[in-house]
Design a binder for this molecule. Structure first.
Ligand SMILES: [Cu+2]
Ligand SMILES: [Zn+2]
Length: 214
């Protein structure tokens, strides 16, 4: 029986440590607020081979295209959100996905709002990482996700002529809190699956030992 308690403790430790590591490196989120502090959207950030995928849903936008970027500083001070700095640009390139001298790591395709002002899209901040490194979104001053008033022309350095900033959210490590409107969190399923596998393995060892001693 002592052994089973020991195994259970090991399994719980593995789950706790594994879960925290996943939450710190594999995913992040941002709650997007407008100049009045009202939540107008959320973004879920996931590490991929190409960079950091940013899945955003937002509402209350003017219909049409809106510039959408990762900005260099994780500070969103209303009403103009200039505190978030310029586009995240650790490589020292020019702005624009269509600029031959581009692009910023934080550049992503326009977010397009429907007639009701709702938008959802998935962009990738190319070469960005949630882990440590030269292109980490978790550098010393953090980073922010910003939605602009106008369309990004994908060419004009350094802003794409996307106009003012209408929503801003600080990139935060971990899972989107359940209090905000959250899409299904896949990494949590991964943690649950790893936990189930560990418990099954522990049970298997126990059964084998019982059989051997019987
Ligand atoms: Cu921007
Ligand atoms: Zn840019």
């Amino acid at each position: 029986m002592k052994r089973s308690v020991f195994l259970a403790v090991i399994a719980m430790l593995a789950l706790t440590v594994g879960g925290q590591a996943l939450a710190q490196t594999a995913s992040a989120y941002a709650v997007l607020k407008d100049k009045d502090g009202k939540t107008v959207g959320t973004a879920t950030l996931t590490q991929t081979a190409a960079g950091v995928q940013v899945a955003v849903t937002a509402e209350g936008l003017t219909p049409g295209a809106h510039g959408f970027h990762v900005h260099a500083v994780g500070t969103c001070t209303p009403p103009d959100f200039t505190s978030a700095g310029g586009h995240f640009n650790p490589d020292g390139k020019q702005h624009g996905l269509q600029n031959p001298a581009g692009a910023h790591v934080g550049d992503m395709p326009n977010l397009v709002a429907d007639a009701a002002g709702k938008a959802s899209a998935t962009g990738v901040a190319q070469r960005a990482t949630l882990a440590a490194g030269a292109t980490s979104l978790f550098d010393a001053d953090g980073s922010a996700v910003v939605i602009h008033a106008n369309a990004d022309d994908d060419k004009t350095d350094p802003t794409g002529n996307a106009g003012g900033r209408v929503a801003c959210g600080v990139v935060t490590t971990g899972q989107l809190p359940s209090s905000s409107t959250a899409p299904a969190a896949l990494p949590l399923n991964g943690i649950a699956a790893a936990g189930a596998a560990l418990v099954l393995a522990a049970l298997g060892i126990l059964l084998r030992r019982r059989r051997a001693s019987a």
